[in-house]
Design a protein around this ligand. Structure first.
Ligand SMILES: O=C(O)[C@H]1O[C@H](OP(=O)(O)OP(=O)(O)OC[C@H]2O[C@@H](n3ccc(=O)[nH]c3=O)[C@H](O)[C@@H]2O)[C@H](O)[C@@H](O)[C@H]1O
Length: 451
């Protein structure tokens, strides 16, 4: 009888094979679990990276945080970009201890003149302007060209764009803000009230919101207005007077600005200086102002409306020449103390100031017209009418004692001299050659209107 097959070997072989199968499946299991683990880790890392640097912000502070990262993102990836380089080049001071000034409204009348003055003395200047069409934007573009000839870059954007403002603070260490962007114009407020709320209230608050979280906080000088004196009769107007009778929405939004400034100074320690400008005029001025459109209308033989008060008196303004205003703005910046807050909390009381910047010698509008007629050697067609109830006030007259005391503000340009410079600029800019008297002919004037 054949011996039974030696199954022990078979069993061993089977056991060995099953062992090998187990080992292989364990190896396979290990390999695939390692692969799975690495894939999970990679996905987790990608998600962490995405949500850290790209998740849309939920709030302003987040957006500030977000923009810090997004800035990090661009620079981390070497994405400094042409825009950031332009901003930095424009904002870098060229003098020891120079300022880095954000000038809002830099394509505007006062903003462009101040930007040039600050840049020429070696401060860094970065402009912000939305180039709106309240008046002919081509004039704003022409001012922009003039500034770019002096290496001043204007960022095209709106005061209400929080992320953009935060980004600017991320890109350059702004030490001062000269806040001149606003919806100006006393009479226009009756046509477009919302524009005054958007720019003069919401825009200002947005700028203050970004400033309070900046580290370090900037010192802020901003444009208030002589119109806050409204229907006051005590003159000359003093900063110590009550100012609770605004005659226009424009004036009310500027007055509100002064109260908002007090609040952000009190809570967050922002250093704030308000400047009450008195009917500023000069080369590169605003076409919506009487001295400007009177010039245009006289040259084109159009009738002009010369206002009188309700009781038939002459209407007067303390017309202030742009070069004097620029000195006032720079003086206010130079004497502005540092803000005392950081990270949205104040460490101590901060400077809060208000100054009149006027010419201290009001002139009736009729006299302004006479000066223009002489300069243009053209008789005006005048329509003398009662001042419409459109927010206008009978007169303004500035007491500038405080500005003189604190930063040596001293206006030196009378209306005749200032209007002569304005007319010289006007006829050159618009390519008009009226029958100007010899002394008014264009001679050695600089492109920016300075003699
Ligand atoms: O100090 C300010 O804070 C303001 O100044 C400026 O306002 P105003 O002083 O009203 O200047 P402006 O309009 O040039 O009228 C000049 C004179 O002409 C009279 N006027 C005006 C128009 C007209 O058709 N006829 C006329 O007689 C008119 O009654 C007035 O007496 C800025 O526009 C304003 O943004 C704000 O900055």
């Amino acid at each position: 009888m054949a011996s039974p097959p030696d199954t022990s070997k078979t069993i061993k072989l089977e056991r060995y094979n099953s062992y090998i199968r187990k080992v292989n499946s364990t190896k396979l299991l290990n390999a695939s679990s390692k692969l799975l683990f690495r894939a999970t880790l990679l996905i987790a890392l990608v998600l962490v990276f995405f949500f850290t640097f790209n998740y849309p912000p939920l709030s302003d502070t987040t957006s500030h945080h977000f923009h810090t990262h997004s800035h990090f993102l661009t620079s981390a990836f070497g994405g400094g970009g042409a825009w950031e380089r332009q901003v930095r080049h424009s904002a870098t001071p060229r003098r020891p201890n120079g300022f880095t000034v954000l000038v809002t409204g830099a394509a505007g009348f006062v903003g462009s003149h101040c930007s040039l003055a600050l840049k020429k003395r070696g401060d860094g200047v970065i402009g912000l302007d939305n180039f709106n069409n309240y008046y002919d934007p081509s004039l704003k573009r022409a001012r922009q060209d003039l500034l770019s000839q002096h290496q001043i870059f204007i960022v095209e954007g709106d005061l209400n764009d929080g992320p953009l403002l935060s980004k600017l603070f991320d890109v350059v260490p702004i030490t001062h803000i000269l806040h001149l962007a606003a919806q100006a114009g006393v009479r226009y407020a009756m046509q477009n009230p919302q524009s005054y709320i958007k720019s003069n209230i919401a825009g200002f608050v947005n700028l203050l919101e970004v400033s309070k979280t900046a580290n370090p906080q900037p010192s802020i000088v901003w444009a208030s207005s002589s119109s806050v004196y409204g229907l006051n009769t005590e003159n000359p107007f003093s900063e110590l007077d009550r100012t609770d009778q605004p005659a226009s929405l424009y004036a009310a939004t500027k007055k509100a600005g002064e109260e908002i400034a007090h609040t952000y100074n009190h809570i967050y320690g922002l250093s704030l200086t308000g400047l009450r400008f008195f009917t500023v005029y000069g080369p590169w001025g605003r076409p919506d102002m009487a001295y400007f459109f009177f010039t245009k209308d006289i040259l084109h033989g159009k009738t002009i409306d010369v206002y009188q008060t309700q009781d038939g008196k002459e209407v007067a303004r303390d017309f202030t020449y742009i070069d004097d205003i620029v000195k006032g703005c720079v003086g206010a910046l130079d004497t502005a103390e540092k803000s005392t807050g950081s990270g949205g909390k104040k460490k101590g009381p901060a400077q809060l100031r208000i100054y009149n910047l006027g010419n201290t010698s009001p002139v009736p509008v009729g006299k302004l017209v006479t000066i223009l007629e002489n300069l243009l050697t053209t008789k005006a067609k005048k329509h003398v009418i009662k001042m419409p109830r459109n927010g206008d006030v009978p007169y303004t007259h500035a007491n500038v004692t405080l500005a003189y005391r604190d930063f040596g503000y001293k206006p030196v340009t009378d209306l005749s001299t200032g209007l002569r410079k304005f007319v010289k600029w006007y006829v050159r800019y618009y390519g008009i050659q009226p029958r100007l008297k010899k002394e008014n002919r264009i001679d050695n004037e600089q492109p920016d209107g300075s003699a």
